[in-house]
Design a protein around this ligand. Structure first.
Ligand SMILES: Cc1cc2nc3c(=O)[nH]c(=O)nc-3n(C[C@H](O)[C@H](O)[C@H](O)COP(=O)(O)O)c2cc1C
Length: 319
């Protein structure tokens, strides 16, 4: 079976559905080029803002398997440098560049046309305030020649980002793991995948526009799950930080293998494959439940004689 990882995103053909999300590995052209060479179909710049960021220290920590917390801000190089040097350099090397701009309409006014002129293939607008999103999109549409002809409104959605604020404490020192205000950070990686999947599926149920699903993707199985939930392409950031960009090469290989095993010929053929299975109402009789006291090991189970979660136990006892 011939599997092709090429993915059409807004009419641009990516060599893989994998997109390196905005983060420390896309800090400049050099980082973006490395990720692209390793197999990323596109790379999102670190978020470009009016002022370069000064980050607290430490601003990244591991928080469980394939999971991190971070208090890293936006780009610590200036917007001018992105426009004059980094985006053109990445474009020259063939990278499909998604310029990330945040977090206000003023910053969209200042930088959308400039990144477009510098050669960015797409623009991703980042906002953490719901009321800002629509004015930011309108402004970007007005200002960028590449997008001006298209309908007003975003062409697609990136869903979604990190989750938080969150807190972790080093029990030896009693101090937070991060050097940010109140020790607050943002959770990324494996721990957030189920939350992101739910959002992606929900957005996919409401629009036909492409969705970039990002959050918690580490393995080829995660990529397939995100596509099945309705993503057209799949972003990742934490996995590449923890495993290095060369991991993208391996991941592309493993996605191909998995698509062959599951008998899908392309990422596009998987997009939204699970959506029609998301029942509108709860299902009661799909599984035959059997209780086996000997295989019951959980604390709750020992006390109750059941190894299942509370809700399932209720059901089991009711039978
Ligand atoms: C250290 C770090 C820095 C990040 N910086 C940015 C950023 O500048 N702009 C942005 O939109 N997202 C940023 N993100 C969020 C990622 O792009 C991504 O949406 C999030 O980490 C979820 O994906 P993941 O679970 O694959 O890491 C950052 C994430 C991390 C871990």
């Amino acid at each position: 079976m011939n599997v092709d990882l090429k993915t059409d995103l807004f009419g641009i053909i990516l060599k893989s559905p994998l997109i390196l999300g905005s983060g420390p590995l896309s800090y400049n052209a050099q980082g973006m080029i490395s990720a692209y060479k390793a197999g990323a179909g596109a790379v999102v710049t670190k978020t470009i803002r009016d002022q370069a960021a000064i980050n607290p220290y430490p601003h990244m920590a591991i928080s469980g398997r394939n999971t991190m917390i971070n208090a890293e801000k936006w780009s610590d190089i200036s917007a001018e440098m992105w426009v004059e040097q980094e985006i053109p350099k990445a474009k020259e090397a063939g990278v499909v560049v998604i310029a990330s701009i945040g977090h206000t309409t003023g910053e969209v006014m200042n930088w959308a046309a400039a990144v477009d002129g510098a050669g960015a293939d797409m623009i991703e607008l980042v906002s953490y305030r719901q009321e800002m999103v629509v004015p930011m999109v309108r402004k970007a549409k007005e200002l960028t020649s590449a997008l001006a002809a298209l309908d007003q409104g975003a062409d697609g959605v990136t869903a979604m980002d990190s989750i938080g604020p969150v807190l972790r404490i080093d029990i030896r020192s009693g101090r937070p793991l991060l050097g940010s205000e109140k020790g607050h950070g943002w959770l990324t990686g494996s721990a957030i995948k189920p939350i992101i999947l739910r959002y992606v599926a929900e957005v996919a149920g409401q629009t036909d526009k492409p969705i970039i699903g990002i959050g918690g993707v580490v393995t080829a199985e995660d990529v397939v799950e995100m596509l099945m939930a309705g993503a057209a392409a799949v972003g990742l950031c934490t996995a590449a930080i923890l495993k290095g960009v060369a991991y993208l090469t391996r991941l592309n290989r493993e996605i191909k293998k998995l698509l062959i095993e599951l008998k899908y010929e392309s990422p596009a053929s998987l997009c939204g494959a699970a959506l029609s299975n998301l029942c509108r109402q709860e299902v009661h009789d799909r599984f035959t439940f059997r209780f086996n006291q000997r295989s019951c090991t959980g604390v709750y189970g020992l006390r109750q004689g059941l190894s299942l979660s509370g809700q399932e136990s209720h059901r089991a006892r009711g039978r």
